[in-house]
Design a protein around this ligand. Structure first.
Ligand SMILES: N[C@@H](CC=O)C(=O)O
Length: 311
């Protein structure tokens, strides 16, 4: 596809979860089916190799197969797509980029080097080389709260000046913090700012452009409908957001805060609760997965909070 500019990266983007068997091995035929459902939900875009795509765990062969599968199907289905080339090692991120430039994604998502925290100067050195290798393909910087180097909105613009290909960031919005959004507004020129899925309506009202969405893990069709509501009726969209947040706070967050599961264990568990794809219950070694048999109880409670996601 043609490279996406910052103003072409907006809305609800669905993440590609790995489809795994009980041992955490990838099942490509089930991933094929998952992508079909995602395409059918007509999201603003689909991306691979976020945290939920367990990018850190993949061999070269697996990475290439997943990237090819997504690219071929999205090209055919007319859906914008991004490929995550992220890895904690900068050398591996660069290697992954070289492996997929021929697939022509709308952009590539990349994290910063993630063992020793890089300085801002080192972030620029890293991104410059990635941008040079990417050629016409633009970059989206994935900078979650657990990254070793946390960039401030002012630093996005410092990087943007040296690396014009940096067209997006995927960041935590400090739970819709108004002061943070004021700094975003001063520093988002040429940068599409994407925030967590469950804060989408508030985030867009405050100046974000969209979400690489965990809500889409629960039900991609309902997540897309919610984004349409954001565009057409913000007050109703905000009302639904309150209920989505209530669902997250009461039924999902305790798995993280009380039972110490990872964020992506929750993404995968939400797909089990939503029941829209057969992606399996198991994260790859060594991360713990939320037991599948808890999904039924959570679903029963969730139906009362956000029935829109279970129609
Ligand atoms: N952080 C997540 C967002 C979606 O679940 C990811 O990109 O994997």
């Amino acid at each position: 596809m043609k490279p996406l500019s910052s103003d072409e990266i907006y809305g609800n983007w669905a993440t590609l979860l790995l489809a795994t068997d009980k041992n955490g091995e990838i099942d490509f035929s089930r991933m094929n089916d998952e992508i079909d459902v995602l395409i059918d939900s007509q999201p603003n875009g689909i991306y691979s190799n976020g945290t939920a795509g367990e990018f850190y765990s993949q061999t070269d062969d697996e990475f290439l197969r997943i990237s090819e599968l997504l690219a071929v199907k999205c090209e055919k289905g007319g859906i914008p797509f991004q490929i995550g080339i992220s890895h904690m090692s900068p050398q591996i991120s660069l290697h992954r980029l070289k492996m997929i430039t021929h697939l022509k994604p709308g952009a590539v998502q990349v994290i910063l080097p993630d063992w020793f925290p890089p300085t801002l100067e080192e972030c620029a050195i890293f991104l410059k080389k990635i941008a040079a290798e990417a050629g016409e393909i633009n970059l989206v910087l994935y900078n979650p709260p657990h990254a070793k180097k946390q960039l401030q909105p002012e630093e996005w613009q410092v990087l943007k000046k040296g690396i014009p290909a940096l067209v997006g960031v995927k960041v935590f919005d400090r739970n819709s913090d108004v002061e943070w959004y004021k700094r975003v507004k001063d520093n988002r020129d040429g940068i599409s700012v994407f925030i967590p899925g469950h804060n989408l309506a508030t985030g867009i009202s405050l100046g974000a452009q969209g979400a690489y969405s965990n809500v889409s893990c629960l039900n991609p069709r309902a997540a897309q409908k919610w984004y349409q509501l954001v565009r057409t009726d913000m007050s109703q969209a905000l009302e639904l957001e309150q209920r989505i947040k209530h669902f997250m706070k009461t039924l999902i967050e305790p798995f993280i805060t009380q039972h110490h599961f990872s964020n992506h264990a929750c993404d995968r568990f939400m797909a089990l609760v939503g029941g829209w794809a057969d992606v399996g219950a198991s994260l790859r070694w060594p991360y713990k997965s939320i037991p599948e048999d808890l999904a039924g109880d959570v679903r029963k409670k969730a139906v009362n909070i956000i029935p829109e996601f279970f129609e």
